[in-house]
Ligand binder design. Structure first.
Ligand SMILES: [Zn+2]
Length: 201
């Protein structure tokens, strides 16, 4: 999971609120407002990554607006710009899988620092809690969030494992492998947190 540094609410949203006084999220349906919100969040705040699975979203149509606190359960949050992310459209993970799941254990990439909570099992590509103590708050929150987003679904695990196999080749063959790994990150490769973890091995 990637930290999302939310910026100020964009002017297009402020103007839209002034013009239409939306009463619910369903009223955000004119002037291309959803596409504008999506573009601002995805390109500027998330640098074209899905914050949940860390895969790149190259095309704006391959992502959707995700309400961290689900809008069906927290209808008053619809005006809260900090509650909005853009998730990828993978059916089996992230925003689509999460649906209405949410409680205060959920690691919120806008508020929390995901790096503190997650680590990787480089033998199989699984994302795991950083804190091994099962009774710790950090462990419980990480487990809840991994399950809520299905971050260890087959597709994601296999994709991470494939990247690990490549990183392993670099590690075995190059002394300066950290520099190569930095290229992967600078290039906007999928799974930057996994690559950073590898750089610390
Ligand atoms: Zn995703």
């Amino acid at each position: 999971m990637l930290k999302v540094n939310k910026g100020k609410e964009p002017n297009c949203v402020l103007e839209y609120k002034k013009k239409y006084s939306p009463k619910s999220w369903n009223d955000y349906n004119k002037d291309n407002i959803r596409t504008n919100i999506k573009e601002n969040i995805l390109v500027i705040e998330q640098e074209e990554y899905c914050p949940y699975c860390e895969k790149r979203i190259y095309d704006i149509n391959d992502g959707h607006i995700e309400h961290i606190k689900p809008r069906d359960r927290y209808p008053k949050e619809f005006q809260n710009y900090d509650n909005l992310l853009v998730s990828c459209n993978q059916k089996n993970s992230c925003g689509i899988y999460k649906k209405n799941k949410y409680n205060d254990k959920f690691i919120n990439p806008v508020i929390d620092n995901p790096e503190q909570y997650f680590n990787y099992n480089i033998a199989n590509g699984e994302i795991i809690p950083r804190n091994n103590d099962e009774s710790s708050n950090e462990h419980m929150r990480a487990t809840y969030t991994i399950d809520a987003l299905n971050l260890n679904c087959y597709e994601l695990k296999e994709a991470r494992k494939a990247l690990i196999d490549i990183l392993e080749v670099y590690r075995e063959n190059y002394v300066e492998y950290n520099e190569y790994l930095q290229f992967f990150i600078d290039d906007g490769h999928n799974f930057p947190s996994l690559i950073k973890t590898y750089m610390q091995l």
